[in-house]
Structure formats: structure tokens, C-alpha cells
Design a protein around this ligand. Structure first.
Ligand SMILES: [Zn+2]
Length: 163
């Protein structure tokens, strides 16, 4: 969010910049900068879907289990966009299991999580040493991709600001 404060009127600028960005970057811009609390979760789902599709085209992801890649993408987007919002229950504090509402186990119903290494490993359902050894770097790769999309949004905003 801080990045866009250098743009003239961030919302309008993002709207104009969208027209000049690849669609997946545009959807990222909408989710991160133009969503209200009500629409943010839904828009963020599109973003991690897009990230997942893109990740599947990378040669080095051939050896990543699909289910895990999906979880990593969701995690990356959550860390990028939501700070401490619980990724398991979308910040609601409840999960639905067998059609029954139950308290979310990952945030104990608070809807908030401090994402330590241990917590991320727990959510990805792997032990901590496996996470550190195998998955942490892969999560970083995905987060760098989001950071790249973010800087594309920023660059376009700056370009438009100069026009
Ligand atoms: Zn939760």
C-alpha cells in the first residue's frame, strides 16, 4: 500500500494503469489496491488461481505436488495481501466441516494468525524441518513473483502519473 502513495490519487491511477497491464497483473492490482473488505477475499482467490496457473508452467515446478503448489500459492497471496488474516478460514474464525460450522483450528476462531515458520508449516500440513528444508524456498519464489506483479503495478502508475 505504501508503494502507491507516490501516485497521484492511487485509486484512479490504478484504474487507468489496469488497461495497460497483463490481465493477471491487473487482477492483482484490483485485489490488492481496489478491493473493499467484502470483495478482497474473492478477488484474492483469482490472484492465487492465476499464480497457480503460472507456476504450473515453470519447468522447475514439475516435481512439486499439485496440491502443495496450490496451498503454497494461497499462502503466498495471503502473506502478500492480508498480513495476519487467517488463510484457512479467510479471517472468519470458523470453518465448515461435514456441513457443520466449527471453530477454525489454525487461528482458534480469532481470524488472525501470526505467520511464523512453525505456523506456516502447520497450515501446509508438513513438519517444521520439512518446511524449512523443502518448501520455504519455494514459497519465497512465489512471493517474489507477486512482488514482481506489484512493481509492475507501481511502474504503470508512475508512467501514468508522468503523462
Ligand atoms: Zn482461521
Amino acid at each position: 500500500m505504501a508503494m502507491l502513495t507516490t501516485c497521484e490519487g492511487p485509486w484512479e491511477t490504478v484504474a487507468m494503469a489496469k488497461a495497460k497491464m497483463p490481465w493477471y497483473v491487473s487482477e492483482y492490482a484490483v485485489a490488492k489496491y481496489q478491493s473493499t473488505d467484502d470483495t478482497k477475499v474473492q478477488n484474492a482467490r483469482k490472484v492465487y488461481g492465476n499464480l497457480f496457473l503460472e507456476a504450473m508452467t515453470w519447468k522447475f515446478t514439475d516435481s512439486w505436488p499439485k496440491g502443495m503448489t496450490h496451498k503454497l500459492c494461497k499462502m503466498a497471496v495471503a502473506l502478500d495481501m492480508f498480513g495476519e488474516r487467517c488463510v484457512t478460514c479467510d479471517g472468519i474464525g470458523q470453518a465448515v466441516i461435514m456441513e457443520r460450522k466449527v471453530t477454525c483450528l489454525h487461528c482458534n476462531g480469532s481470524g488472525k494468525v501470526r505467520y511464523s515458520m512453525r505456523k506456516i508449516a502447520e497450515i501446509l500440513d508438513v513438519d517444521r524441518s520439512t518446511y524449512a528444508r523443502v518448501w520455504h524456498n519455494k514459497l519465497q519464489v512465489l512471493m517474489r513473483r507477486l512482488a514482481m506483479w506489484d512493481s509492475q503495478v507501481f511502474d504503470k502508475c508512475r508512467e501514468i502519473g508522468r503523462e
